[in-house]
Design a protein around this ligand. Structure first.
Ligand SMILES: [Zn+2]
Length: 474
């Protein structure tokens, strides 16, 4: 039986309230997450959103839900077309490069794969079908150039997500661009009739020669993979208006049903206190940071450790602090693996139960990561004290280790130490040579090599079980 402690509460942007999560279908979650417009490499602001969504996904899985996540790839829109023209290469070739990089970045940041990554260019017929439905129902109309617009005055709920007031809008005003500001809310393009600027990019369809607008892409693709009504729709706060507002208008007018039950938005990312912009020189992709030597898990930790509804100020100081935190965690795991003390007894259960409960309670509360992490680090501190006193026996250390691994199902920052800590070939050779020196009782040589390894950041210890090594904390 479900108990109230396992209820998950999520902040729903639609109602501006935390609500108990109740899925449409018991035990299952359908979740749509607006993906990347592949006109450039994803920047850390994009990945803040993707990591928030990954955290949500992992938490739902932790709580036993079977998640179906869909993340679109916008590979045709104003920006991708402009970019491919500027570089003089076909659209597909242009977007492919960024799609490939996107999947590499997911790997780097240990983001779980969604079940579907639909591409807009492969779903034109679904978009055309939805536009036809909107035309038939009178929510859309054709303009002089053959483009098709959504008539926002026809949809009574228009503005309900972003809370914009329709009476402030000029009736009949139109906007053809995919991106626009709240101040210019107007009828928006569902289908853009071909013009010279589109060059080779067009589809010949029942509704004419042209290409889809950006917003219709997400309505058509989410409904294809998740059904006309699904549980959760996520995205960055920038996408709330006009993108998500338009998705609601298109989908609900098309189906006559409520489109999404829970809308979830993550706040902005700032860099060193300022809005990130190429012109300010504070614009970073994931690859920019790994090129500077930062580990993907460190970047991941920094991006996930601020609550998703708070602005995240990305700084290099924060990045080093994240590195220290990850090192601390890894050291802790290593100590657990080596623990062989007398045994602490029943009390340990109290500590683990409390840590687990506090962590879970926090995450159930709209993914309150700061409180969850505090619970985790309190626990680490307590157990470290036990380890200092050589109080944990092997079995108890294993118990703690399993709880840490359980937490890591959600955090995704520890993983398998053995896999992460591969020695450089040179160090491996040195350790072997040192072993030989020790066997030959050449202590002087052995000590020299130990020092040499130390300069490489590798500490070797001679224990009863043989030689152990670890990377030094930096
Ligand atoms: Zn979208």
């Amino acid at each position: 039986m479900e108990t109230s402690t396992e209820d998950i509460y999520l902040f729903n942007t639609m109602t501006r309230n935390k609500e108990r999560f109740i899925p449409n279908e018991k035990g299952r979650v359908g979740m749509y997450t607006c993906g990347l417009t592949v006109y450039d490499y994803g920047h850390i602001g994009n990945f803040r959103a993707f990591i928030f969504e990954d955290q949500l996904r992992r938490w739902l899985e932790y709580r036993g839900y079977k998640v179906t996540q869909v993340m679109n790839l916008t590979d045709v829109d104003d920006r991708t077309i402009k970019g491919s023209k500027q570089q003089g290469i076909p659209l597909k070739q242009y977007t492919e490069r960024y799609i490939k990089a996107f999947f590499e970045d997911l790997e780097t940041l240990n983001i779980e794969r969604a079940e579907h990554y639909p591409r807009a260019t492969e779903h034109i017929s679904e978009m055309v079908a939805l536009i036809k439905r909107l035309l038939e129902k009178g929510y859309a109309y054709r303009s002089e150039d053959g483009s098709i617009y959504y008539d926002i005055s026809k949809f009574t709920g228009y503005g309900k997500l972003s809370k914009i007031k329709l009476e402030e809008l000029k009736s009949g005003a139109r906007v053809k661009a995919d991106e626009y500001e709240k101040e210019t809310a107007a009828d928006f393009a569902l289908w853009k009739a071909w013009d010279q600027a589109d060059g080779e990019i067009f589809w010949n369809t029942e509704i004419g020669k042209g290409r889809p607008g950006w917003h219709i892409e997400c309505s058509a693709m989410s409904m294809k993979y998740l059904g006309e009504a699904f549980d959760i729709h996520c995205g960055g706060i920038d996408n709330m208006f006009p993108h998500h507002e338009n998705e609601i208008a298109q989908s609900e007018a098309g189906t006559g049903r409520k489109f999404v039950n829970y809308w979830m938005h993550n706040e902005h990312l700032l860099v060193e206190g300022r809005k990130m912009a190429k012109s300010l020189g504070n614009y970073y992709t994931v690859k920019d940071l790994t090129a500077k030597g930062y580990d993907g898990r460190v970047i991941r930790y920094l991006l996930l450790s601020t609550h998703y509804r708070q602005q995240l100020n990305f700084t290099f100081e924060g990045l080093s602090a994240a590195k220290n935190t990850i090192d601390r965690l890894l050291n802790f795991i290593r100590r657990l693996q080596e623990a062989d003390g007398a045994g602490f007894g029943e009390e340990l259960n109290v500590l683990t139960k409390r840590a687990e409960m506090n962590f879970e309670k926090a995450m159930d509360d709209d993914l309150n990561i700061s409180v969850a992490l505090a619970a985790l680090f309190d626990f680490v501190r307590e157990v470290n004290t036990l380890l200092d006193g050589k109080l944990l026996n092997k079995k108890e250390a294993k118990q703690v280790h399993s709880l840490m691994m359980k937490f890591d199902m959600v955090l995704g920052v520890i993983g398998s130490i053995e896999k992460r800590e591969k020695l450089p070939k040179e160090a491996e050779e040195l350790i072997k040579t040192r072993e030989e020196a020790r066997k030959a009782r050449d202590w002087k040589r052995a000590d020299q090599i130990r020092e040499q390894l130390k300069t490489m950041g590798i500490v070797v210890e001679d224990t009863a079980d043989g030689v152990k090594w670890r990377k030094e904390k930096t």
